[in-house]
Design a protein around this ligand. Structure first.
Ligand code: HEC
Length: 185
């Protein structure tokens, strides 16, 4: 072994050792994000709080973004409020929604109530590949669904109409006709 090689080796080990020491001393430990807990949410943060929670649910627990993305497996939801109005007015619409909020709620809890043409499961246009996100593995609560609706309203550029009412959250849509204003704080 020649001297130069030995020098380089020792130098390399010293450098690696220094980095190891540095990283163990100075690089902060990466603590995983707290799991989302609706109970922990400060509802005093108001509409912006609802929206950001909705976004978290959309991209996380709700698994929405796994399908609703630019790949095209599911329709994009960027303008779902306007789109809802078109869906409800379509001659082949047979669901029971009368407003955009009802349409979104129906899409989440009974996806097959109306299947967007071209998006049914293979060989069965009447069955949606989307799971009921209020049950099963995803299992969003009523509150979580409302947060997602708030987020979708913001995406669509309409007024977010999630309001806190005695006893819970009331979501009334921008094109909603059945709004309960009584009791709203
Ligand atoms: C497994 C894939 C999948 C997941 C997960 C999923 N969706 Fe869907 N979604 C679809 C498909 C496919 C359609 C179109 C067929 C239909 O009308 O049901 C759809 C339709 C919709 C519609 C109606 C769209 C329209 O243009 O009329 C809404 C609203 C919607 N999804 C919201 C959501 C939200 C919110 C979540 C998360 C909580 C979610 N979806 C999770 C696949 C998915």
């Amino acid at each position: 072994m020649n001297k130069r090689f030995l020098k380089v080796t020792i130098f390399s080990i010293a450098v690696i050792g220094a980095y190891t020491l540095f990283s163990s001393l100075y690089v902060p430990l990466i603590v995983p994000e707290e799991p989302l807990s609706v109970e922990a949410v400060d509802t005093a943060s108001g509409v912006e709080g609802f929206i950001s929670l909705g976004e978290k649910i959309f991209k996380g627990k709700g698994a929405c973004a796994l399908c609703h993305n630019s790949v095209g497996r599911a329709p994009l939801l960027e303008n779902i409020v306007d789109v809802s109005v078109t869906r409800i007015a379509a001659p082949d619409y047979h669901g029971s929604a009368k407003t955009s909020v009802e349409y979104i709620r129906e899409s989440l809890a009974s996806p097959s109530a109306y299947v967007v043409p071209g998006y049914g499961v293979a060989g069965d246009e009447k069955t949606s590949p989307m799971p009921d996100v209020t049950a099963g593995a995803i299992g969003l609560s009523r509150l979580e669904v409302d947060y997602v609706i708030a987020y979708l309203q913001r995406l669509s550029g309409v007024d977010v109409t999630v309001t806190r009412e005695a006893g819970g959250i009331d979501v009334s849509g921008a094109v909603e006709t059945t709004t309960s204003a009584e009791g709203a704080r």
